[in-house]
Design a protein around this ligand. Structure first.
Ligand code: SF4
Length: 538
């Protein structure tokens, strides 16, 4: 199993923060190790993650078959791997979200396993054992019973390579955001694992000796509130019985803030941070993108409620929607400042394959020809976004975007948000000491804080001041504040890098050098009305 490399230049790799604590990459290849658990016990599996280690010739010599696959921004490396394997006559099997959304990009692989794998892997294994060496297997949409999904093969991981380990409780999200591919891949009716299953996963990690940060990778952990509320007391009990070996994070929709009981349950279960998709300060834009759950509320107040419950918020924002009437820079910066969100992932809108947005743009004839191929050298939507013909001028969108990055990742602005966060984050009841073996313990010594600050490319004095201010305001917030400062080691310089890239695009537009990519002709793409039927081994 080979997990393809993500492009190096990305908001999400937090490379400097990883280096600080001795890790090599933030997240594990949870999909591949779940597939590994579904394979026959007699098959020997070796895992190579190209984000954390080198693929050796001897690995390929050893293998009878290579399984690979990942997300859009792993596409280039996936295709390179497929070519490499085919050149040496090694059969290669590809799956995962990008192959599922854009199977035509992966025609060079011997096998394509598309969609959720659990119900179709058996057919693939039987065919392979009988000598089949080519085929496509398509899972019926949203039908997998995740209560039957086995415990992922955590034993294949080298824990020390990662900032955190992922587990998954649910698949799917009930909301309808136009730009989102999660609801197309996993459906709008969240399916959840059983309590015993989740405890077995946590127990497996515990028995393997892992201690530290565990991320629930669910795209919306509270998509089925009843199910998560039933599970959290079980989790709370387990974590207390095991003397708090893990601290948790997850993603959730902003309506989490409306449920005080759920917030308190998450806090008691040792959750310390939540990623929330906020997207835009503009209500009309939120309505147009079908993200109504973020309307009819004060977004800053909702974020502050999560702070008062003891969890800090990181958030996603997007620039480039059709409904933006004019500049969104000022209101977006104000919203980030007022909410006091230190780490805001602000990206350009990217029409991902297999979304309502992409189907609409296809109908309107506004998609760039290569909209579904990962652009060379670009690691995420910060530099690769706007892969469609815009309604508002492209130049204005890019100027807006640049202005936002410049403002929010200015050291003074970032530190100001840290200080305001420290004033709101209620860490009462949270354990001061992290467990033995948790790599984040390295961040808790004053020497490490010195080291962190000495690595900052700019504004060190301002960061010291922020550190001491946060300590005097709320000493218990120290862990969160230092963690966020460690993330700034990456996002500060990365935002400057993105600004340079955007500057180049702006200059080209201003000088008339920008050549607009060709557009695909308008096509009548219908919205899917029912789950796609099964097509096995076509
Ligand atoms: S809330 Fe998140 S996961 Fe759910 S549809 Fe919207 S973007 Fe997708």
């Amino acid at each position: 199993m080979i997990y393809p490399r993500f492009m190096a230049d990305s908001f999400w790799n937090f490379s400097e923060a990883c280096e600080l604590v001795g890790a090599r990459y933030p997240a594990i290849p949870l999909g591949l190790i779940t597939v590994a658990a579904l394979l026959p016990k007699s098959w020997n599996v070796r895992l190579v993650n190209r984000n954390t280690e080198e693929l050796a010739e001897s690995d390929l010599d050893w293998a009878d078959m290579v399984m690979t696959g990942g997300m859009l921004f792993q596409q280039a490396d996936s295709l390179e791997l497929i070519d490499m394997c085919r050149a040496r006559g090694l059969p290669v099997v590809v799956g995962g979200p990008d192959a599922t959304s854009s199977p035509h990009r992966y025609e060079s692989a011997n096998f394509r396993i598309l969609g959720e794998v659990e119900d179709i892997i058996g057919q693939f294994i039987a065919d392979w054992e009988q000598g089949t060496r080519e085929g496509t297997y398509v899972a019926p949409k949203f039908q997998v019973d995740v209560t039957k999904t086995p415990v992922p093969r955590f034993d294949l991981l080298k824990f020390e390579q990662y900032l955190y380990i992922g587990v998954q409780f649910s698949r799917g999200c009930p909301f309808t955001c136009e730009f989102c591919d999660i609801i197309e891949l996993y459906g709008r009716s969240p399916r959840t694992k059983t309590h015993d299953q989740m405890l077995a996963e946590l127990e497996a990690l515990y028995q393997l000796g892992y201690r530290g940060h565990v991320d629930f990778v669910d795209d919306n952990l509270i998509g089925n509130k009843k199910a998560i509320k039933a599970f959290l007391p079980v989790l709370e009990n387990w974590i207390a019985q095991h003397d708090y070996p893990f601290e948790f994070t997850t993603e959730a929709s902003l309506n989490l803030a409306d449920d005080g009981e759920l917030l308190a349950m998450l806090k008691r279960s040792n959750f310390f941070a939540i990623f929330v998709g906020i997207e835009s300060p503009d209500t009309e834009t939120l309505i147009a993108m079908r993200k109504k759950q973020n309307t009819r509320r004060s977004i800053p107040e909702s974020v502050h409620k999560i702070y008062h419950a003891g969890m800090f918020v990181t958030a996603g924002f997007i620039v480039g929607f059709d409904s933006e009437r004019g500049s969104v820079a000022e209101p977006m910066v104000e919203l980030i400042e007022e909410s006091a969100i230190p780490i805001a992932m602000v990206g350009l809108l990217y029409a991902l394959p297999n979304t309502q947005l992409t189907r609409r743009l296809a109908r309107e004839g506004r998609l760039h020809v290569d909209h579904d191929s990962a652009p060379a050298g670009k690691g995420d939507q910060c530099t690769a976004g706007v892969n469609y013909e815009t309604k508002r001028s492209r130049l204005e969108i890019l100027r807006d975007y640049r202005k936002i990055l410049e403002r929010i990742y200015d050291p003074d602005a970032f530190c100001g948000r840290l200080e305001r966060l420290a004033g709101m984050l209620d860490c009462s009841g949270r354990r001061k000491e992290l467990p033995e073996g948790d790599i984040r313990r390295r961040l808790s010594t004053i020497n490490m804080v010195h080291e962190l600050l000495s690595r900052l490319p700019e504004g060190r004095e301002r960061f010291w001041k922020a550190f001491t201010t946060c300590m005097s305001k709320n000493p218990q917030s120290v862990r969160a504040i230092v963690t966020l400062m460690a993330f700034y080691l990456h996002v500060g310089p990365y935002s400057r890098y993105v600004m340079k890239q955007i500057d180049r695009q702006i200059e080209d537009l201003e000088a008339g050098r920008f050549v607009a990519p060709k557009l695909l002709p308008a096509v009548a793409v219908p919205e899917p009305t029912a789950p796609v039927p099964v097509a096995v081994n076509a």
